[in-house]
Write a protein that binds this ligand. Structure first.
Ligand code: 4AD
Ligand code: MG
Length: 501
């Protein structure tokens, strides 16, 4: 009999099938053994009944460790109360390996331990769900551009010059020459859009981010479309339609995974066109407004109250956990709850420390500076749909952005802030297509013209208005999944101080 997968069980009700997988957990009542099998497509409870003829197999199965690899044969029954909606009445168990001492137990584990065991942590339900959402986001990215007339242009990872700020470059010794890991493929797709009109690149990018934040990786994936004969409005319309496509696709194809993650789906269902659109100057006014001050004062009060509440709950649970005679499974369950509560407590304490700083930053926001992470969070929280912030002061943005025709102090750029405080998921702009203005800007930035000679050629031979943007995959996945931290959105996270496994 050939094996079937758990996700296809609805087609096999009443049949005898074989499932292949790993033991997620098991529980015995003496006469019945409940083996929860994980096969990569889902979970299924397999019920093994002790009978005289199965006694030996039953005994062996009772002693299987977590993550033992198995093939289980049995009859499929519909069982709406069971995980996945089906159960297997076991007729035979074949063991590939009886594993023992699997490190990620149902007991409590801290994040450092889990990150070190990333190669095993993949198997846990939440991690499984997140990477499936990521897969669908990546598929949605390719699908969108491929079906809208864009040509894929693969851009190099070894780059001879900076594409974004020079502070975040990773240096590489390239046969004795100093080159960098690509921070962006943008300059290269700008050249390609003059050949194909609409292009995109999609790959890993590298930034030596020397701070540990929830939003920054040193290696992340970015998709960068670039279109010829486009101005800022065209780039914004593209970004808006594209983001809607990604969210809708995840809601359609990964509903179960998002539910497993506890995502508030109504918040995602609300994502629709048109997004909000404010200018940087309007954002600055909002930050300095009384409304924002009051919101933050309220935040601070709530955070303080929550700290007190959490501390009390943790105390109570700790007493319960260490009470004499407590059952082991109950103590384990409490330990995990306490760990989660402690995580939240650390977050809330951090909020209590940071909110006054964020208030000060927002209230004292000066026109000319870049929006910081906390500023973005504030703006994003005030809107239930994504917000475009446009027309930043040119001094806080990259040299290639198009100078605004009416106000030379600002550029025609866009940042897209995701709601619920997620902040920037897209950065982009119309590009400076005027050779003289671009040269002037490069001199201001002390960039060596010789390094960019090929790029300047684009402004010499048939220059046209053009533009594009970059969307970060990990920040988008974090937002769609509703995760606090970006580190779980990529299979193997790279951050300052984190390179294993
Ligand atoms: O705003 P950024 O720096 O824009 C560019 O790189 C442009 N060259 C894109 C373009 O116009 N073609 O980065 C774009 C996006 C950010 O909005 C964010 O989603 C993501 O890339 N990003 C990061 N994600 C994770 N970790 C980091 N360190 C990131 N830096 C940027
Ligand atoms: Mg940016």
């Amino acid at each position: 009999m050939s094996a079937v997968t758990i996700e296809s069980l609805s087609k096999h009700v009443g049949e005898t099938v074989t499932l292949q997988g790993w033991l997620y957990n098991s529980r015995s009542s003496g006469k019945l053994l409940f083996l929860v099998l994980r096969d990569g497509t889902g979970l299924c409870q397999c019920v093994f009944e002790k009978k005289p003829e199965t006694e030996a197999a039953f005994k062996a199965a009772e002693h299987l460790g977590q993550e033992s690899s198995l093939a289980i044969e049995g009859v499929v029954r519909a069982e709406p109360r069971s995980v996945g909606g089906h159960e297997l009445s076991v007729t035979a168990v074949r063991v590939y390996q009886n594993a023992s001492g699997y490190p990620i137990t149902p007991k409590a584990h801290g994040i450092d331990f889990l990150m070190k065991n990333r190669h095993l942590w993949f198997r846990s339900q939440r991690q499984w769900a997140i990477l499936r959402v990521r897969h669908t986001v990546v598929q949605g990215i390719r699908e969108y551009f491929d079906s809208h007339g864009f040509v894929l242009i693969d851009t190099p990872i070894f780059a001879p010059a900076a594409g974004e700020g020079s502070q975040t470059l990773f240096e590489v010794d390239y046969f004795g020459e100093k080159v960098y890991l690509a921070q962006t493929g943008q300059l290269y797709v700008e050249a390609a859009c003059m050949a194909h009109r609409k292009v995109y690149c999609f790959g890993p990018t590298f930034r030596a981010e020397k701070s540990k934040t929830r939003r920054h990786l040193t290696e992340f994936w970015m998709v960068e479309p670039e279109i010829a004969f486009a101005e800022l409005d065209d780039v914004i319309a593209l970004a808006e339609d594209f983001v809607c496509h990604l969210v809708r696709k995840c809601l359609r194809e990964r509903r179960a995974e998002l539910e497993l993650l506890g995502r508030d789906l109504a918040k995602l269902e609300a994502i629709d066109k048109p997004f909000y659109w404010i200018t940087y100057s309007q954002a600055a006014d909002i930050l300095r407004s009384d409304r924002v001050r009051q919101m933050l004062v309220g935040d601070l009060e709530r955070a303080k109250a929550r700290v007190a509440e959490l501390a009390a709950t943790i105390d109570a649970k700790e007493k319960e956990r260490t009470a004499p005679g407590i059952k082991e499974w109950k103590a384990d369950k409490l330990a995990q709850e306490i760990l989660d509560l402690r995580d939240e407590l650390a977050d809330q304490e951090e909020a209590v420390r940071n909110i006054p700083k964020h208030m000060e930053l927002a209230a004292g926001f000066q026109w000319g500076g870049d929006l910081g992470g906390s500023d973005e969070t504030i703006i994003a929280r005030l809107h239930e749909r994504p917000v475009f912030v446009t027309h930043y002061p040119r001094d806080c943005k990259a040299f290639y952005m198009k100078r605004n025709a009416d106000d030379h102090r600002v550029v025609n750029n866009l940042d897209l802030l995701a709601p619920e405080g997620y902040g920037e998921i897209i950065g982009g702009s119309q590009r400076e297509d005027d050779l003289d203005v671009l040269l002037e800007r490069m001199r201001e930035e002390k960039l060596d013209e010789a390094d960019y000679a090929w790029y300047l050629d684009l402004r010499r031979y048939g220059t046209v208005p053009h533009g594009g943007f970059g969307l970060g995959v990990e920040r988008t996945v974090a937002w769609i999944c509703g995760l606090r931290h970006i580190r779980e959105t990529i299979p193997y996270a790279r951050m300052m101080g984190k390179i294993y496994p």
